[in-house]
Design a binder for this molecule. Structure first.
Ligand code: PBG
Length: 325
């Protein structure tokens, strides 16, 4: 009788630990945060239980707590006080994100602060660029995105992450940063960002739902795989340092494709809808939330993600700490 005994390597926890191919560690998770104006604000986001809008003073406290837990990097989003056609708060040096960056860097200088660069929260139409006659204009939007990225770097951001999906924005942002002495600030581009229904809860959180139309003229068609390679290649040619796939769990083949094709770090964004689905089922007791979260993140690592952006990062930090005892 001849057959393979795969179970030989699985008998005991110690044995399983020895042969484990992938691991999850807090260093590779980035935690998104939503900054709002005001003080003493900690406002729960109803579509994302456990996620809150934080005013800048609360953000300071949060950053300290995160650092103590071992969370090493955050991704900042801002909810502006005011929206206008030119999305001016996006690149205002006193804007909400710029204030948040300065506060976090002051409080916890070693925290890696990344910022989302987009205009959709900042204009009344809720679109990622300048809109004229119902059309989202590409080239006219680019200077505003570059200005936004520059203002983030000037406030102290360590990393800028353009999520708008306009063509040519990485190039424009890279040269704006280089011209102004920020050649050391990396660009992590949302290179492969699909037009996804999984962003639903985020749009409530960020008040950024499009007021007409949708994002399908710039975000990618979920049906497409080859096109992801073209998107990623363009962003790398334009100077991106890290390429991101978003959402994550429904696009693990794409994460793997980019991992095998390119020798740069690949990030995956486990987005709001992915978070809320797991959270909802967990709250009802239908699944074991902790186990499912850890399995989902490990799966993304196995698919090839170097960095994972996830709203579960803070929970994971606690759980990993508990496991270590
Ligand atoms: C901004 C942006 C979005 C997300 C990140 N940056 C929303 C969108 O494109 O509509 C989604 C994040 C999430 O769902 O967690 N353009």
């Amino acid at each position: 009788m001849q057959f393979d005994r795969h179970r030989r390597l699985r008998w005991t926890p110690g044995m399983r630990d020895l042969w484990r191919e992938n691991r999850l560690s807090i260093e590779t998770l980035m935690y998104p945060l939503f900054a709002v104006h005001g003080s003493g604000v900690r406002e729960p986001i109803s579509s994302m239980p456990g996620v809150e809008h934080l005013s800048v003073d609360e953000l300071r406290r949060e950053a300290v707590e995160l650092a103590e837990l071992g969370v090493r990097s955050i991704l900042l989003f801002g909810i502006p006080a005011h929206k206008d056609e030119r999305s001016s708060e996006a690149y205002d040096e006193r804007g909400i994100v710029q204030q948040a960056i300065r506060a976090v860097k002051e409080e916890v200088p070693e925290m890696v602060v990344a910022t989302d660069v987009c205009l959709c929260q900042y204009n009344p139409a809720g679109h990622c660029g300048i809109v004229r006659n119902g059309v989202i204009l590409n080239d006219e939007t680019l200077p505003l995105l570059a200005q936004t990225a520059l203002s983030h770097a000037a406030a102290g951001a360590d990393l800028v992450a353009p999520s708008d999906m306009m063509d040519g924005r990485v190039k424009m942002i890279r040269s704006a940063l280089d011209e102004r002495g920020f050649e050391h600030v990396p660009v992590m581009s949302y290179a492969v960002k699909y037009a996804s229904a999984f962003y639903g809860p985020f749009r409530e959180a960020a008040d950024s739902a499009p007021q007409f139309g949708d994002r399908r003229s710039h975000q990618m068609d979920p049906a497409n795989r080859r096109e992801a390679i073209r998107e990623a290649r363009s962003d790398l040619d334009e100077g991106a340092d890290v390429i991101m796939v978003k959402p994550a769990m429904a696009y693990m083949d794409i994460i793997r494709d980019l991992r095998e094709r390119f020798d740069v770090p690949v990030a995956a964004y486990q987005v709001s809808g992915e978070y809320s689905m797991i959270k909802a089922a967990g709250l009802r007791g239908w699944i074991d939330e902790r186990a499912v979260v850890l399995e989902s993140l490990l799966g993304l690592r196995r698919a090839g993600a170097d960095l994972i952006i996830t709203y579960f990062a803070k929970d994971v930090a606690r759980w990993l700490r508990e496991e270590r005892g």
